[in-house]
Write a protein that binds this ligand. Structure first.
Ligand code: ADP
Length: 965
């Protein structure tokens, strides 16, 4: 379904909801407006009514006050007398002037416009001020009657031609001064200007308003006459008249007794709201009114706001509903879209499955005409698509399957589905087995059959092979002369072949279910269990062993046993197969043989030599324990029973392995030869080897190798040789020493003897004598020094030489040594130098100074002895905690091979040069012994022909650091 085909549904419920909400908002707005209007109207009417009331009361009050004014005046008897008197005497000027004062006071103080005094006949007698001095027509008509009546009255508003303004009068009739004078003699007429005193009362308004006003009117015949100056029409006082029958006119309504209205017009014809009042004791009506227009002006401006609110509300509702609708649409389309996507995916998925399915999928109609088929179907049946579709299904069936076709269709029609196997035909006519799962399906009211099938040729083939192999196995199992038994996981017997039954003496039925180990000899059971566990854990592929079984009659047999586990393709254990070969007779023969062998074995093991027997092909036949120990051969190498690995192994142990290997090879090529030699090992051992052919019946069958460890013998021999050499050397040295010593002693001795004899000669000159004694003394010194040396050495060797540690300044010791040697007579030209690096105060140390000086003088002496010319330097250097002394010469030098030996006693370098020099060969050995006694070491550096440097060290112990040692 395409999205374009989806018609947009009109959201009627939402539209109706919108209309209802809009209408409701309009109605609510209208009602609100109306209620506001009513409220305003009611309020206004109440307000106007109160104002009308107030004003009426004020007018009444005002009228009462006027009457009270009149009464006040009348109570002044003397004044009334004066007025009465004035009527009798017009010419009394004083009186007149007094009364004029009274009238003036009335006008000025009581706010009257005119004050007039009239007589009974309405003739004006006195007046104040000097204008409007006459009585108008209106009053002229009323006055005589009023005077007669004697009541104080306030007249109506009126206008006359004689008085210039609209006015009303307070009429105060004046009675005679006496109490019984009831008839009035005149009256006081006080003219009131309403413009000044009445109208302001009416026109004042308690609040600001543009149109409100109060007005007074009264009725004259069928007319309404407006009594005061109006707000909206000018110059209308007593001139504006309207008919009382005018409908809707406020004043007319008032006349009809209506006290409030909101539906009337005023004198202008403008709609007003009004409250009316009749003023009691007068013909006046009061109207308080205001234009409707004004009252509602605020509401009108509010109406705009209300309308805007309603409009906004409708708009908001519209938007909200629109949004709801839009949202609904979006959700709707999204769901549609997702459903469509799902559908598409599903369709594609099924298309995919159909196309690439490994099964044959075919759809046929109710007439068994092929409607649809997948690629696998075409491939299997070898047809093109157009050859296949619209073809009858029967074309694919083999003859046998055609027979079963109807039966299968019947099953399918009844049950709705059916699974069966059949033989189908390819395009080339070849037939193959197929497994079919078919189902009746209803597609849009039409009936179809859909089948999913699979070519099962291979499975059939595999089944056949399996069947055949099972058959073969069964045959082997049944007919094999070897005993076979199958056991389950618990090693219980599942099946046993006739050979096994016969061997054990049981029938198969008796054996089934019993454990195989019931027949195993107890000696083997624990070993078996361990190995079977390894087998199950797949550590070993099969378990092979030789063990004993117990038969039904209790006799014991030996069986060569092979156990293997049979697993299925998934590696799951199925059963274990045990094959047992009866080897009892072989075992008996072997044990006999063993007995005959044991004597030979005992002989072999009792020899001290290592023996190895190898056949002519290099296979190891026999060896004894001694051989294994001597050659330290690992067990696994022996297991191999081959000579090659053994040769490889011994190769690394020998000092000259190649020679040995050569020997072995030679002997392989000369099987008859007998040889022996000594093998020397890298670790210093020696083996004596002997090798001879092994013969049986005169025929060489192998070779016997015997080895004897002669290491200790060899060692003893070497020691003897060394001792002998040492003794010889010692002897030689001693001879040389004796020769030397005798020479060294004899030379000075001869000199002493010879010159002391010469001293006896009387003809000897003084100088000769002194020369001779000098020679004798020198020779004596030399002799002494030799003897000292020998004594020193003897005491060193016997461990009696003691050291004597004292404070010594090595710088001074070296300097004096240098001085001594400088005086020494020397035929050669030799420069002597001394090096003293430490300052004198640092050079004071604790040591045996005598020995130190002796070491140095020995070394310097030697240097002089072996240096022909050049220089000799001696001195010391600081080396950490030690002082390193040196004596360096440019003499004959010492070859390297003598460097260690010259420190030995009596040792002298054996060369022609040193032979020329005298010496005992003791000096250096004494030096060495002294140096070591002082806690140091001595060594040398020398090159023949270039010179020699002797070094020795002693600890640098500054004096004061220790006092004694
Ligand atoms: P001798 O009394 O023979 O000198 P020494 O023990 O002092 O005995 O010396 C041993 C030998 O070392 C000397 O005979 C000499 O051959 C060799 N020798 C010692 N000092 C020197 C040297 N400075 N130069 C060469 N040879 C020396």
């Amino acid at each position: 379904m395409s999205l374009k085909n989806v018609k947009t549904a009109i959201p009627w419920p939402l539209i109706v909801l919108f209309l209802i909400l809009s209408a409701a908002s309009v109605v609510v707005g209208f009602l609100f407006y109306k209620s506001q209007e009513n409220q305003i109207l009611t309020n206004k009417k109440q307000e106007l009514s109160s104002i009308a009331d107030l004003k009426a009361k004020q007018i009444i009050q005002w009228r009462k006050e006027r009457i009270a004014d009149g009464l006040n005046f009348r109570q002044n008897i003397s004044l009334i007398r004066q007025f009465s008197h004035f009527l009798t005497d017009n010419n009394d000027r004083d009186l007149k002037s007094d009364l004029m004062q009274v009238l003036k006071a009335l006008v000025d103080n009581y706010d009257y416009r005119n004050a007039l005094f009239v007589d009974r006949n309405s003739n004006v007698k006195l007046f104040y001020p000097n204008q409007d001095t006459v009585i108008g027509d209106y009053l002229k008509q009323l006055l005589p009657a009023l005077i007669r009546k004697g009541d104080i009255v306030v007249t109506d508003l009126h206008r006359t031609g004689k008085v210039s303004f609209v006015h009303l009068d307070l009429l105060v009739p004046l009675n005679g001064p006496e109490v019984n004078d009831t008839a009035a003699f005149g009256a006081l007429v006080l003219r009131i200007d309403p413009e000044r005193v009445l109208y302001p009362l009416i026109q004042s308004w308690p609040s600001t308003s543009k149109t409100s006003e109060a007005l007074l009117f009264h009725r004259e015949g069928n007319e309404i006459v407006y009594l005061n100056e109006l707000r909206h029409l000018k110059n209308t006082v007593l001139t504006l008249r309207r008919s009382i029958n005018e409908d809707g006119l406020v004043a007319a309504m008032a006349l009809r007794g209506i006290m409030e209205t909101s539906d009337a017009v005023d004198y202008r014809g403008v709609k007003v709201v009004a409250a009316m009042k009749k003023i009691p004791e007068s013909s006046w009506y009061l109207v308080a009114k205001v234009d409707r227009e004004e009252i509602f002006s605020t509401l009108r401006s509010n109406l705009r706001l209300i309308l805007i609110i309603i409009l906004l509300f409708i708009l908001a509702t519209g938007l909200f509903i629109g949004f709801l609708w839009w949202n609904q649409r979006v959700r709707y389309y999204r769901q549609k879209y997702e459903a469509e996507l799902d559908h598409l995916a599903l369709v594609r998925h099924f298309d995919y499955i159909l196309k690439y399915a490994n099964d044959i999928i075919i759809l046929v109609d109710k007439n068994f005409i092929i409607v649809e088929a997948n690629d696998k179907a075409l491939e299997t049946y070898q047809y093109d698509r157009n050859e296949f579709i619209d073809q009858p299904l029967i074309k694919l069936l083999s003859d046998i399957s055609i027979k079963n076709f109807e039966k299968n269709v019947k099953v399918m029609d009844e049950a709705g589905y059916s699974t069966f196997e059949a033989l189908h035909k390819r395009k080339d006519g070849s037939v193959f087995p197929i497994e079919i799962s078919a189902r009746r399906v209803d597609i849009e009211g039409n009936m179809y059959y859909q089948s999913i099938s699979r070519d099962i040729t291979e499975r059939k083939y595999a089944e056949e092979i399996l069947r055949e192999s099972e058959e073969k196995f069964r045959k082997i199992f049944e007919e094999s002369p070897i005993s076979m038994v199958m056991t389950g996981k618990d090693m219980g017997i599942i099946s046993a072949n006739p050979a096994f039954c016969k061997m054990m003496g049981f029938s198969e039925e008796e054996l089934l279910g019993s454990a195989l180990r019931t027949f195993t000899h107890p000696d083997h059971i624990s070993g078996d269990e361990v190995t079977l566990l390894r087998l199950v854990a797949e550590e070993i592929p099969v378990y092979q062993t030789e063990k004993r079984y117990i038969r039904r009659d209790g006799s014991i047999i030996w069986g060569s046993t092979t156990v293997s586990l049979i697993r299925n393709n998934f590696g799951e254990f199925q059963f274990s197969l045990t094959m047992i070969e009866d080897i009892t007779s072989r075992k008996i023969a072997e044990s006999e043989l063993e007995k005959s062998f044991s004597l030979q074995e005992a002989t072999l093991e009792s020899t001290a030599d290592g023996i190895l027997v190898i056949d002519t092909k290099g296979k190891v036949v026999k060896y004894n324990q001694k051989f294994v120990e001597m050659w330290k051969i690992p067990e696994e190498l022996l297991q191999l029973k081959e000579d090659a690995p053994l040769l490889n192994y011994v190769h690394d142990q020998l000092k000259d392995p190649d020679n040995f290997i050569r020997q072995v090879k030679h002997l392989y090529s000369e099987p008859e030869e007998i040889t022996s030699d000594i093998l020397e090992f890298a670790d210093g051992r020696f083996f004596e080897r002997y090798s001879q052919p092994q013969k049986i019946g005169g025929k060489t069958v192998g070779r016997v190798w015997s080895f004897r460890d002669i290491t200790s013998r060899k060692k003893a021999e070497a020691e003897i040789i060394a001792a002998k050499e040492k003794a010889e050397e010692s002897d030689r040295l001693k001879t040389a020493f004796l020769h030397n010593v005798s020479h060294e002693i004899r030379t000075p001795m001869n000199a002493i003897m010879g010159f002391s004899t010469l001293l006896n000669d009387p003809g000897l000159t003084v100088s000769d004598r002194s020369q001779f004694t000098e020679i004798i003394s020198q020779s004596g010194n030399q002799l002494l020094s030799i003897i000292n040396d020998i004594v020193d050495l003897a005491s060193i060797e016997s461990g009696q030489m003691k050291i004597n540690i004292r404070k010594i300044n090595i710088n001074s010791a070296l300097r004096s040594l240098c001085e001594q040697f400088s005086y020494k007579e020397k035929p050669q030209k030799i420069i002597l130098g001394v090096r003293i690096p430490l300052p004198d105060d640092e050079a004071e140390i604790m040591t045996d100074g005598t020995k130190l000086v002796q070491i140095l003088s020995n070394l310097v002496n030697n240097a002089f002895k072996f240096t022909v010319n050049g220089r000799i330097d001696f001195g010391y250097e600081m080396k950490e905690e030690f002082l390193e002394f040196f004596v360096k010469d440019t003499g004959i030098g010492i070859p390297p091979e003598y460097h260690s030996r010259i420190f030995e006693r009596f040792y002298q370098v054996d060369n022609t040069v040193s032979r020329q020099y005298t010496g005992t060969g003791l000096g250096l050995s004494i030096c060495k012994a002294y140096v070591e006694l002082l806690g140091g070491t001595i060594w040398l550096n020398s090159k023949p022909g270039e010179g020699t440097t002797f070094y020795f060290t002693i600890p640098y112990i500054k004096s004061g650091r220790i006092t004694n040692k």
